[in-house]
Design a protein around this ligand. Structure first.
Ligand code: PEP
Length: 249
């Protein structure tokens, strides 16, 4: 069972305009969050500075990706040192859209995580199986292999939050049942004991992502190994995101 503080991340993906981001920031600034939840939002790169300058300090800011190493001649990429320079504290890595739409591989993602951590940028490390992998009974195998790719590269898990996001549940409205999520979270907790350390297992937050909304968060949050959420669609609505953050039990 984890001992970490409840954690909710909002992944805005490639959504928003200056106008809508301004409105969302105003909604977020109005929310009264419970004390025992860490809240982080991940706007698109181009709005990071604007959000950092207008969002309440109660909420931390994350990027949605970072380059695998030191910045330089990598057109279209953003380096971890640039994120740190701006004051961005977190980065989402290994998201299923980057794995399965952009073709990022486990080893590359593991290296990105290590590099971001080396620059003081904390990592939301995503893992999760495809529907066909679940149906073939390969969920644990896939998730463990993704975890190993991070473990092979990162020197410490202190600044890492693991996001379990079954791909079939992301953006589909098809949420994992609390039991399905708990089962994988518990397995991840066990994998950390066996492959990293009992301390890392107890202290690393394991959050669930995949069609979490204001209506289903409370049931999921009750599960003992669910330490929070990574939220896509519902993070674009301030009041709904507030409800999800405050589902901490
Ligand atoms: C995500 O992209 O991380 C996610 C969980 O999306 P959604 O909540 O929209 O399923």
């Amino acid at each position: 069972v984890g001992t970490g503080k409840f954690f909710v991340g909002g992944n805005w993906k490639a959504n928003g305009t200056k106008e809508s981001v301004k409105k969302l920031v105003a909604e977020l600034n109005d929310i009264k969050f419970e004390d025992d939840v860490d809240v982080v939002v991940a706007p698109p790169f181009i709005y990071l500075d604007m959000v950092l300058n207008s969002l309440t300090k109660r909420i931390e800011v994350s990027a949605q990706n970072s380059w695998v190493g030191k910045g330089g001649a990598f057109t279209g990429e953003i380096s971890a040192e640039q994120l740190a320079d701006l004051g961005v504290g977190w980065v989402i890595l290994g998201h299923s859209e980057r794995r399965h739409v952009l073709g990022e591989k486990d080893e590359f993602i593991g290296k990105k995580a290590a590099y971001a951590l080396s620059k003081g940028v904390k990592v939301m490390a995503c893992v999760g199986e495809l529907l066909e992998e679940r149906e073939a009974g390969k969920t644990f195998e896939v998730v463990f292999q993704q975890l190993k790719a991070y473990a092979d590269e990162v020197p410490s898990w202190t600044d890492v939050v693991i996001a379990y996001e079954p791909v079939w549940a992301i953006g589909t409205g098809k949420v994992a049942t609390p039991q399905q999520a708990q089962e994988v979270h518990e397995a991840i907790r066990g994998w950390l004991v066996d492959n990293v350390s009992p301390e890392a297992s107890a202290q690393t937050r394991i959050i669930y992502g995949g069609s979490v909304n204001a209506g289903n968060c409370a049931e999921l949050a009750k599960k003992e190994d669910i330490d929070g959420f990574l939220v896509g669609g519902a993070s674009l609505k301030g009041p709904d995101f507030g409800t999800i953050c405050n589902s901490v039990t």
